[in-house]
Design a protein around this ligand. Structure first.
Ligand code: NAD
Ligand code: TDX
Length: 346
């Protein structure tokens, strides 16, 4: 019996599409509607096997009339839609300001008018970065200090949600999650870019020295955490989501992918670094674990290895999903000035 209506924004994107699949499989009580603008990052093929089980609306979260109607017809909104790639935000920030800030504002006004429950999806990047030797991890009370146009726009959207909760009493929660990996991720992003390079017999491309640290979480662990917050979270609260998998880009991530794909461990190129490149992210998700009893499945190095193997298998088996985008993505990086640079391998 589908008795709760769930509106998922950005459901044709990476995490949103996985959330739709996860919800249909594990939470059959929900009746799902997706709204997605189908930008370059949205791929309707990610939902093609479930289109008969959901309502799919092609539309822009910045459209007040559309969002007013869709929000009026749902019980809960889970808000994933965003411009999500840091490198793109350095080339052209405008869509980030429009979608991430104005789009969130538009949703907030509809949620306020119709008195609906909102869960807002955010990121670790709002906190800025940590030094490599800093033993601390980000918590729910770490001050905001974003570095890129992308992370600044996400920080702005979090502030809007908190302001609407405090001033207008909307029923909202926020989660800030670590770097996700898994199936259906756009191949502009680090892990799928390297996997698809290797599948095309091209070397992985590492920004700068590759010493940057990211805290990785399998997308199913993220989505399980979102459902846990929907079910048990305290209205008005923020929850950090992370699986304690902070690893350097070069040693752990590239070398683990190369090993799993039977390539020599130094078979990669160093390329031009990202301007303003955040050094290290690390998340402390103890509040979510302690208060709501959530636990990730893909933890520690073995969990990461298992999750990466599953992701490699997915990109290997689903070349039709990504192959037509590969040349476009790679020429975009070259046009932005990415070049192979000479950095001694650590
Ligand atoms: P994505 O770029 O893969 O997908 C974004 C989706 O939003 C696409 O389907 C796109 O078409 C849609 N969209 C963009 N602008 C829209 C608009 N104006 N109206 C309607 N739809 C629009 O992004 P993702 O990696 O799946 O990220 C989803 C959310 O999770 C984002 O809010 C992001 O900030 C957050 N997040 C991502 C990560 C990560 O590692 N990918 C980590 C933490 C948080
Ligand atoms: O080709 C590459 N080579 C490389 O070394 C690419 C694309 C990236 N990198 C590095 C940059 C980062 O240190 O890998 C790391 C991860 O890069 P991205 O996949 O671009 O992710 P990041 O910038 O860390 O942001 C991601 O996590 C937080 C998501 O894209 C955001 O949407 C999310 O908020």
């Amino acid at each position: 019996m589908n008795n709760k209506r769930l509106l998922i924004t950005g459901g044709a994107g990476f995490i949103g599409a996985n959330f739709v699949h996860y919800t249909l499989k594990n939470r059959p009580e929900y009746q799902v509607t997706v709204v997605d603008k189908l930008t370059y990052a949205g791929n309707p093929d990610s939902l093609k096997n479930v289109l008969d089980k959901i309502d799919f609306v092609t539309g822009d979260i910045c459209d007040p009339e559309l969002m007013d109607k869709l929000v009026s017809e749902t019980d809960i909104v889970v808000h994933f839609a965003a411009e999500s790639h840091n490198d793109n935000s350095l080339k052209n920030p405008r869509p980030f300001i429009e979608t991430n800030i104005m789009g969130t504002y538009t949703i907030l006004e509809a949620v306020r008018k119709h008195g609906k429950r909102l869960h807002h999806i955010s990121t670790d990047e709002v906190f800025g970065d940590l030094e490599l030797d800093d033993p601390n991890r980000f918590t729910e009370t770490t001050p905001y200090n974003p570095s890129s146009p992308y992370s600044a726009s996400k920080a702005a959207s979090d502030h809007l949600v908190r302001a609407w909760a405090r001033s207008f009493g909307i029923q909202a929660t926020i989660s800030n999650c670590a770097n996700n990996y898994g199936p259906y991720q756009h191949i502009e992003k680090f892990i799928p870019r390297q996997i698809t390079n290797i599948l095309n017999d091209e070397k992985p491309r590492l920004y700068g020295e590759g010493l940057n640290v990211r805290d990785w979480i399998h997308v199913d662990d993220h989505n399980n955490a979102v459902h846990t917050i929907l079910e048990k979270g305290t209205i008005g609260d923020t929850y950090i989501i992370g699986a304690d998998n902070d690893h350097t880009n070069n040693k752990m991530v590239i070398e683990m992918i190369l090993e799993l794909m039977d390539k020599p461990k130094n078979w990669y190129d160093h390329v031009t670094d990202r301007p303003g490149h955040d050094m290290r992210y690390a998340m402390d998700s103890s509040k979510l674990r302690r208060e709501l009893g959530w636990m990730p499945q893909y933890t520690d190095t073995n969990g990461m290895r298992e999750g990466l193997q599953q992701t490699i298998d997915w990109y290997t088996a689903n070349k039709d999903w990504w192959q037509s985008q590969k040349a476009v993505v790679e020429s975009g990086y070259r046009e932005a000035g990415e070049k192979v640079v000479d950095v001694p391998k650590a």
